[in-house]
Design a protein around this ligand. Sequence first.
Ligand SMILES: Cc1cc2nc3c(=O)[nH]c(=O)nc-3n(C[C@H](O)[C@H](O)[C@H](O)COP(=O)(O)O)c2cc1C
Length: 314
Amino acid sequence: MFKNSPKRQPSIDLFSQIGSVQLQNPVMTASGTAGYSSELSSYFNPAQLGAFVTKSLSWFAHLGNQAPRVAPARGAMLNSVGLQGPGLQYWMEKELPKLIKTKSKIVVSIWGFKVQDYLKAAEILADAPKEIVAIEVNVSCPNVEDRRKMFGHSATATAEVVQAVKDCKRPIWVKMSPNVTNLVDIASSAISNGAQALVLVNTLMGMGISTQNASYTLGAGGGGLSGPALNGVALRSVYECYEAFPDIPLVGVGGISRGSHAIEMIMAGASAIQVGTASFVNPRACLVVLDEIRQWCEQNQVKKIKELIGVAHG
Ligand SMILES: Cc1cc2nc3c(=O)[nH]c(=O)nc-3n(C[C@H](O)[C@H](O)[C@H](O)COP(=O)(O)O)c2cc1C
């Protein structure tokens, strides 16, 4: 369908529309893999991206899990950071100003242990500066009011969380867990309760075993699996959600490290993509993906990236 051509085109329209949020290009950082503000700023200016997505923040400070927090896995990475963070108020005072200076569009990821925690986070963010263009709701967190079952594994709990954040005065993006057999039902519940976009997907539940220690490789035991091995799962999640909700913007994330991976995700139905684990290999991975998207479009004579959204659906 798309032929390689050596001809160069003068400019390619990379604009990406995620509900009411307009991004200059479809590449974002993935939550938890690029820090809170300036951690990667010696490698690139986040203003070059569509948006910078923060590590998930709660209204309270949280210590996170014991080390080791990351470990290699076959074709993947395992992590169990345990949502360590300084709390939203601290972040807004100390970190947000640095990010605003870069002139990036900012997406704040939030999390909580209870529905009430999400509500408190939304209240704090309601008065935040306009540079925060959207709130990404991380529902891959243990719900302490329901036997630590992840919010994102239940359509009801997901609905409660999305309702709780509705007064944040920002578009709400919900980041879905892939560890479910009823993704479309849970996504439907997020949408009907106010999600403007879906971010697909968070990590898969995984584990590594060290033969030397006869024990698990991560300090917390289990953790989240990310990187290349997650890519097919993310692609399928995007594909299925696009089939079910063709008018809802989708953000694809999982195992993207090259421009061609991003194009595949867009063809499956994503309007934008995020780069996570690849940034641990190359801190400039987001820019590599962005440059290669541009090159791919030039080579294939694609004038607008939007033209590619969902084309794999025929
Ligand atoms: C070290 C690490 C920390 C992460 N922390 C968060 C987080 O705080 N919130 C969140 O929603 N996702 C978090 N994620 C998941 C990523 O945002 C992303 O959904 C996942 O890693 C899949 O993308 P990737 O394969 O490109 O890494 C984390 C991933 C890693 C590797």
